[in-house]
Design a protein around this ligand. Sequence first.
Ligand SMILES: Nc1ncnc2c1ncn2[C@@H]1O[C@H](COP(=O)(O)OP(=O)(O)OP(=O)(O)O)[C@@H](O)[C@H]1O
Length: 319
Amino acid sequence: MTVIDVRRLRKSYGDVRAVRDVSFAVERGEIFGILGRNGAGKTTTVECVAGLARRDGGAISVLGRDPQDGDPALRERVGVQLQSGALPDKLRVGEAIDLFASFYRAPADRVELLDLLGLADVRDRPFDALSGGQRQRLSIALALVGRPEVAILDELTTGLDPAARRATWELIGEIRARGVTIVLVTHFMEEAERLCDRVALIDGGRVVAVDTPAGLTARAAREQRIRFRPDRPVDPALLRALAPVSSVEALGGGELVLGGGDGLLFALVTTLAEMGVEPLELRLEQASLEDAFLALTADGPPASAAAEAGAPSRAEAVA
Ligand SMILES: Nc1ncnc2c1ncn2[C@@H]1O[C@H](COP(=O)(O)OP(=O)(O)OP(=O)(O)O)[C@@H](O)[C@H]1O
């Protein structure tokens, strides 16, 4: 079931065309990522979805309603955590939760929410005495206090250290397990790869692709590459003669890098075994979501490469 449907969204701020053409649909129970570089139009898009900004064109449906209508029933069903979610310095964690809970008719159990977010121990601490990770978790708690069906989370792990980031990712998984549909704005590839079922890649105010992280990565799939160091010298010409091998590069320290297509690894290890050569420090390199990101967005290869990946049919790609 489609929970959020965005069609040909447009939004400008004066002369700045923040969102030119954005379309995507989010299904119930998904973690849906909105990925793009700084200024791509991600926040503007989710502000329109959350009903916090008025669009110039296009259509948006959230749980079957237009967020722009200001329907209070819809506001209760959508939790929003936006980037600039600063609170008054002296407001305590528990007070902030109570205050936000008072906006809803049937708020979440506050003790359970504080436990879930790992904030029970700091409930009496004022906002200005919280660590970055605690502030971030508090802002997620405030987005969830109304027991929303949809949570919109913007840049939720920006500024967190790796451990806090990982803990936050686990938390998002738990929130989804409770049946909440999550829209996650991010510019971290790893975050999108780990958490999101599908991702809309936005660039210059347009959607350039909507796919699973694996599907996006496959679009950028270059040939496989294998690096290794043979335990004794190998004639590169012998490797070059193998069917899947398209290139052999000799690096310093005796290291070799082979490029090629399907069956590359099998052909290499069987041939080396026949020669009685052991490959040391063998590594298989594959395309990553970051390769896909660079290939599909502005600073990547020229338009022709993106065209092969289906980018020019931008809006159609998600229709
Ligand atoms: N209130 C505003 N007034 C004027 N311009 C704005 C406003 N909000 C956003 N913009 C501009 O619109 C464009 C898109 O901004 P937006 O914040 O949506 O991008 P973003 O992808 O979320 O970027 P970031 O990752 O840096 O947050 C940018 O050029 C930005 O400067």
